[in-house]
Design a protein around this ligand. Structure first.
Ligand SMILES: C[S@@+](CC[C@H](N)C(=O)[O-])C[C@H]1O[C@@H](n2cnc3c(N)ncnc32)[C@H](O)[C@@H]1O
Length: 266
C-alpha cells in the first residue's frame, strides 16, 4: 500500500502505535539489539532511520549506541514523528524514502533537514520498504545508497513473504499478495553496487489473545486498513474461534537484508 491511504492510516494509528508493543520490552530490546549488531553501529556513526515511525526502535538503538551526533529520524507522517521521544539526539526529518532518494526533503514545518549524499555511515529501514511502490524500489534504493559514505551500511528489516501470525485467512492471503520478496530487495541493493547478505531472524512472541484481538481491531498492521469495520469484526471472530488458547504463541520472523558499500580505495 502506498499513497494517501497509507498516510491516513498512520495519522490515525500514530497515537496508539506504541501501545501495541510497549508491553513487550523483551521483543523491542531484541529487535534494537539485532539492528545495532547487524549494522555494527558505533558511537562515531552518522545514522538514519528511514520510516522510523514513532521511534519505538530508534530510541532503543540510541540508548545502545549513544552516537556523538543525532540519529536522523525520517518519516513522511507528521503524526508518527510527533510521537518521537523528546531527545536532542533524535532529529526528526519529515520526508519519505522517495524524497530522500531524490535529494529532496519536505520543507513544511520545522522538520526539514537535508541529508547530503555520502554523509551517512548507516541507514536502516524497518518495516517501511513495502510502502515504496514496486516500480520505484530500484531507484529509491539506489538513491538511498548514494547517501552512504564508503564502507557505509544499509539495512532493510522486513517481514518475509509468508507470516505465521494468527490473523484471519483473508488478511494472510492479502499479505502474501502484497509483501515484497526480500530476495528482490537484495537484488536492488546489488544493482546499486552494494555487497549483500540476507539472513532471517526469529523472536518467539507470546501475546494474550485479548490483547492481540484488540491490536487487530486497532488495525495495527497497515494491511488491516484495507478491511472495513464489518470485515475486521468477522476477522476477529474467526481468530477467536480458531484459537481457544488464552495466550497466542508464534514466531515473529524478519528478513534482514544488509548491503555494504565498498570502502574507499587507499
Ligand atoms: C510499520 S511502520 C514502521 C515504523 C518503525 N520503523 C517501526 O518499526 O516501528 C511504517 C512507517 O513507514 C512510514 N512510511 C510510509 N510510507 C513511507 C515512505 N514512502 N517512505 C518512508 N517511510 C514511509 C509510515 O509513516 C510509518 O511510520
Amino acid at each position: 500500500m502506498a499513497g494517501p491511504e497509507t498516510s491516513a492510516h498512520y495519522e490515525r494509528l500514530a497515537g496508539s502505535y506504541d501501545q501495541n508493543w510497549t508491553y513487550n520490552d523483551a521483543f523491542l530490546d531484541w529487535m534494537a539489539g539485532e539492528i545495532t549488531g547487524v549494522l555494527a553501529l558505533t558511537s562515531d556513526d552518522r545514522i538514519a532511520d528511514v520510516g522510523c515511525g514513532t521511534g519505538l526502535y530508534t530510541g532503543r538503538i540510541l540508548n545502545r549506541v549513544r552516537p556523538a551526533g543525532p540519529i536522523l529520524c525520517i518519516d513522511p507522517s507528521e503524526g508518527m514523528l510527533s510521537q518521537l521521544p523528546p531527545d536532542p539526539l533524535l532529529l526528526p526529518v519529515h520526508a519519505s524514502a522517495e524524497q530522500l532518494a531524490k535529494g529532496a526533503t519536505d520543507s513544511r514545518g520545522d522538520h526539514a533537514a537535508p541529508v547530503p549524499r555520502g554523509s551517512l555511515d548507516a541507514l536502516v529501514i524497518k518495516e517501511a520498504v513495502h510502502h515504496v511502490a514496486t516500480g520505484d524500489r530500484p531507484w529509491v534504493i539506489t538513491g538511498l545508497t548514494d547517501l552512504l559514505r564508503p564502507a557505509g551500511r544499509f539495512l532493510v528489516v522486513m517481514l518475509p513473504t509468508r507470516i505465521s501470525y494468527p490473523l484471519f485467512d483473508r488478511a494472510l492471503r492479502r499479505f502474501e499478495e502484497l509483501q515484497p520478496d526480500p530476495e528482490d530487495i537484495a537484488g536492488h541493493m546489488r544493482a546499486a553496487g552494494l555487497t549483500v547478505d540476507l539472513s532471517y531472524r526469529d523472536f518467539p512472541l507470546e501475546i494474550p489473545k485479548d490483547r492481540y484481538l484488540q491490536m487487530v481491531r486497532n488495525r495495527y498492521m497497515s494491511l488491516l486498513a484495507m478491511f472495513d469495520d464489518d470485515e475486521i469484526a468477522a476477522g476477529v471472530d474467526e481468530i477467536d474461534r480458531r484459537h481457544p488458547e488464552p495466550i497466542l504463541s508464534f514466531p515473529d520472523r524478519f528478513a534482514f537484508v544488509l548491503g555494504t558499500r565498498k570502502a574507499a580505495a587507499t
